[in-house]
Design a binder for this molecule. Structure first.
Ligand code: FES
Ligand SMILES: [Fe+2]
Length: 354
């Protein structure tokens, strides 16, 4: 596998157009836009988007780009109670769906130039308590549930992330391609050396099952303390760590009691904003076990953040070699099959432009 996939700016432009511009990517959590007028923004690979909850409960998403002369007209990252957005440059006004509804000194414009003008719409939908956006737009984007596929919606759906609450989001600025980060979640070969997991863990992980489903992946890593249980009862939700990758850049890491979402957002060919989200089941107020759950889960989350920090140390080493003439290709083994499939799929989408 050539290393160019991580560093070639020409290829990245094609990928922006044909992959990142046509697949569903995460915009945020539904609970961040709970009430009408609540809004969040997305910014990645040169695109700036606003997502707003409407009075009827639906969401609208549109490019945060003033159609007069181009600046973003929503400056903050998120807010609430929006009724209108006003461009700070000349005062054009947009409603919460992105329609242009006000132009100061309108009589000076050719009416034909203003007719039907709006901030271009972006497709938006919700699944699993997550807001998903697709830059292909509402008329062209493949339906979200088709893109996720029934294997993912059924298996990952069992965690009921829509009933969970956001506990924490951690953000890193990483100096390598977002795909190098996805790679790290598409194999477990590195966990022994880099994360120093126990010999029992490594032994159990050799029985990991890998599943390719459409553009996406599932893998179930047996938990070392439950290998015998798993042999008796194939309930991977209970006895394995379940891992789902939604092409091209959304990774769900599911433990029986909590879920992490790893979301490397490409900023440029070799720069990434890496978000890690932690979801917990909420306190219903009547569960005496909840404080123990809380303590156990947060301890585990602290450990996971340490593990991600170890991954980031590798990305820093990859930054040092990204222009090196000594680095030309990768050599993959069978248990890195998801990495090979991911990059082949990416190649095919760029090549076929479909
Ligand atoms: S650029 Fe936005 S109103 Fe002129
Ligand atoms: Fe790792």
């Amino acid at each position: 596998m050539s290393r160019d996939v991580y560093t070639d700016p020409v290829r990245f432009e094609l990928e922006r157009e044909r992959v990142l511009g046509r697949h569903w990517i995460l915009g945020g959590r539904s609970e961040q836009v709970a009430a009408p007028g609540d809004w969040i923004t997305f910014e990645g690979h040169g695109e700036v988007i606003v997502i707003v909850r409407q009075a009827d409960g639906s969401l609208s998403a549109f490019h945060n780009v003033c159609q007069h002369r181009g600046p973003s007209f929503v400056a903050e990252r998120q807010g609430c109670g929006a009724r209108r957005f006003t461009c700070p440059y000349h005062g054009w006004v947009y409603d919460t769906t992105g329609d242009l509804v006000g132009v100061p000194e309108r009589e000076d414009f050719d009416p034909a130039h203003l007719d039907g003008l709006r901030a271009p719409a972006v497709a938006v939908d919700e699944w699993g308590g997550w807001v998903w956006i697709n830059l292909a737009g509402p008329d062209t984007a493949r339906p979200l549930l088709d893109a996720l596929g029934s294997d993912i919606t059924a298996d990952l759906g069992r965690y009921r992330m829509e009933d969970m609450v956001l506990h924490d989001v951690v953000e890193w600025d990483v100096p390598v391609s977002y795909k190098a980060i996805v790679d790290g979640f598409n194999e477990i070969y590195h966990t022994k050396e880099l994360h120093g997991v126990s010999a029992e863990w490594v032994k159990a992980a050799r029985d990991t099952s890998f599943h390719i489903t459409g553009d996406n992946y599932m893998c179930f890593v047996p938990r070392a303390e439950h290998v015998d249980d798993l042999a008796r009862d194939p309930d991977h939700h209970r006895y394995a760590i379940c891992h789902y990758v939604v092409f091209p850049n959304t990774v769900f890491n599911c433990n029986p009691e909590h879920v992490q979402v790893f979301n490397p957002i490409p900023i440029d060919v070799d720069r990434t904003r890496f978000l890690c989200w932690e979801l917990l089941y909420p306190d219903t107020g009547d569960d005496p076990e909840y404080p123990a759950y809380w303590e156990r889960t947060l301890k585990h989350w602290e450990g996971l953040k340490r593990v991600v920090g170890e991954d980031i140390e590798i990305y820093e080493q990859l930054e040092r070699t990204k222009r090196s003439s000594g680095y030309t290709r990768h050599v993959l083994q069978g248990r890195e099959c998801k990495i090979a499939h991911y990059h082949e799929n990416m190649d095919r989408k760029i090549r076929d432009n479909a």
